[in-house]
Ligand binder design. Structure first.
Ligand code: PLP
Ligand code: COI
Length: 354
C-alpha cells in the first residue's frame, strides 16, 4: 500500500503558508502504528486515523508508562529528504523503554516506521528555503487493561509527523530568555535523562511561571543543591565562555540532547573551539558567560539573551537581544548540515528515498 500511496501524495504538494507555521500539531495524512503483544512486535502499518482508542486502565494513562522521541526531516535544495542522526533517537527511545519496563523497539522497525511515515506524507514536507521542517514524533505507550502498579502487557509504537516552524515565536535565529525555576525538573537518580512524558507534565507549571515573568522557558538548576545549571524545559544548554571555551552542563538529570552532542562536535572539529562538559555553577560563573544557547530538535539553537534569577534579569550577550557571533556560527554550521547545504563531514545525514 505504501508505495502507491506515496507516489500519489508526492504530486499533490500541500498549499500551506509554510513561513507562518509555528510549533503546532498539524494533521497529516498518515501515521505508522505497530503493536506489541505476547513478546512480539507486529510488522506495523501506515494508517490514517489519528486518534488512538486505548483501555481506560492503560498504564500510560495512569502511571505515565510511555516515552517519546523528536526528530525532523528537512528538504534539501536538490530535493533530497534528510533525517538527522535517527539512529540516536532510536537508541535513546530504547534507553527510556528499558527504564520504564517497556520492550525495545528494534532499530530496524524504528527507522522503517520513520521513513514510511515521512515518505507517505511527502506532500506535507515543507519546501527547501521555507524556514519550516517536518517534525517527527515517535512514541511508545503502555496500553491494555491494568490497575495495580505494574507494567503493561501490550504496547503501541506510533510515529506521526507535523510540519512545524520555529519553536519559539520569532522566525530564524531568535533570541530567547530563560527564568530559573524554583521547582526541580528531575532528581539525579530519577528519570531526567530519559525522554519520558512524566518529566514534562511536572514542568508545565514551571514553564507557565517562567512565561508570566516574560521569559520564553524555565531554566532548571540541579535538584540536589540548586547550584548548577541542568537544562531548560525543552532544550539543553551550551555556553560560550569569555575564555573562548564552549561548555555544557554535565548532569545525570538532563536529557542527552542529540543537537547538543552535535554542536559540541561542530565547535571542536569545525570551529576549532575547546569544549568541556562539566558542572556549571550559575551564580559563581555567570560573569564569565559570553554567549549562551538553548538547543534541541524543536529549539534548534536559540541564543539566550538574558536569564531571570535572584529576582532580576541578568543579560548575557550585549543588550540581551542580539545574536552573538558564536551562536550564529554554530547555528549556521548545524543548519547547513541538516539542510544538506554543507558537507556532511560527520556522516550524520540519513536520506529518505521518495
Ligand atoms: N532537553 C529536553 C528536556 C528536551 O525535551 C529536548 C528535546 O528533545 C532536548 C533537551 C533536546 O534534545 P534533542 O537535541 O535530542 O532534540
Ligand atoms: C524536541 O525538541 O523534539 C522535543 O521533544 C521538545 C518538546 C518539548 C517539543
Amino acid at each position: 500500500m505504501g508505495r502507491e500511496l506515496n507516489l500519489d501524495a508526492k504530486v499533490i504538494k500541500k498549499d500551506l503558508n509554510w513561513a507562518e507555521l509555528g510549533f503546532q500539531y498539524h494533521r497529516t495524512d498518515f501515521r505508522f502504528s505497530a503493536s506489541y503483544e505476547n513478546g512480539q512486535w507486529s510488522d506495523g502499518e501506515l494508517i490514517s486515523e489519528e486518534s488512538i482508542a486505548i483501555h481506560e486502565g492503560a498504564p500510560s494513562l495512569h502511571y505515565a508508562q510511555q516515552c517519546f522521541e523528536g526528530l525532523k526531516a528537512q528538504a534539501a535544495e536538490d530535493g533530497r529528504i534528510l533525517l538527522f542522526r535517527p539512529d540516536l533517537n532510536s537508541e535513546r527511545m530504547n534507553h527510556a523503554a528499558g527504564r520504564l519496563l517497556m520492550p525495545d523497539v528494534p532499530g530496524k522497525l524504528f527507522l522503517r516506521a520513520v521513513e514510511e511515515t515521512v515518505r507517505a506524507n511527502y506532500a506535507w514536507i515543507p519546501p527547501y528555503g521555507s524556514g519550516a521542517s517536518l517534525y517527527i514524533r515517535p512514541m511508545l505507550i503502555g496500553v491494555g487493561e491494568n490497575l495495580g502498579l505494574k507494567p503493561a502487557q501490550q504496547f503501541e509504537f506510533r510515529v506521526f509527523v507535523s510540519p512545524v516552524g520555529p519553536y519559539y515565536k520569532a522566525a530564524g535565529l531568535a533570541v530567547i530568555s530563560l527564568a530559573v525555576s524554583a521547582m526541580d525538573r528531575a532528581a539525579p537518580n530519577g528519570t531526567g535523562s530519559f525522554k519520558v512524558g512524566a518529566n514534562y507534565a511536572g514542568g508545565l507549571l514551571a514553564t507557565r511561571e517562567a512565561q508570566q515573568l516574560g521569559a520564553s522557558e524555565a531554566l532548571y538548576l540541579d535538584s540536589a543543591e540548586g547550584r548548577y545549571i541542568d537544562e531548560a524545559g525543552s532544550a539543553n544548554i551550551v555556553i560560550a565562555m569569555k575564555d573562548g571555551k564552549l561548555i555544557t552542563p554535565a548532569s545525570r538529570a538532563i536529557l542527552p540532547s542529540i543537537t547538543r552532542r552535535s554542536l559540541m562536535q561542530i565547535a571542536e572539529h569545525t570551529l576549532g573551539m575547546q569544549t568541556e562538559e562539566r558542572p556549571i555553577e550559575l551564580h559563581r560563573e555567570f560573569a564569565d558567560f559570553e554567549e549562551m544557547g538553548a538547543c534541541g530538535t524543536a529549539a534548534v539553537l536559540s541564543p539566550v539573551g538574558k536569564i531571570w534569577f535572584d529576582d532580576a534579569w541578568h543579560t548575557i550577550y550585549q543588550d540581551g537581544q542580539s545574536v552573538g557571533p558564536i551562536m550564529q556560527q554554530l547555528y549556521d554550521s548545524l543548519m547547513g548540515i541538516q539542510k544538506g547545504e554543507l558537507s556532511d563531514q560527520f556522516g550524520w545525514l540519513h536520506e529518505v528515498t521518495v
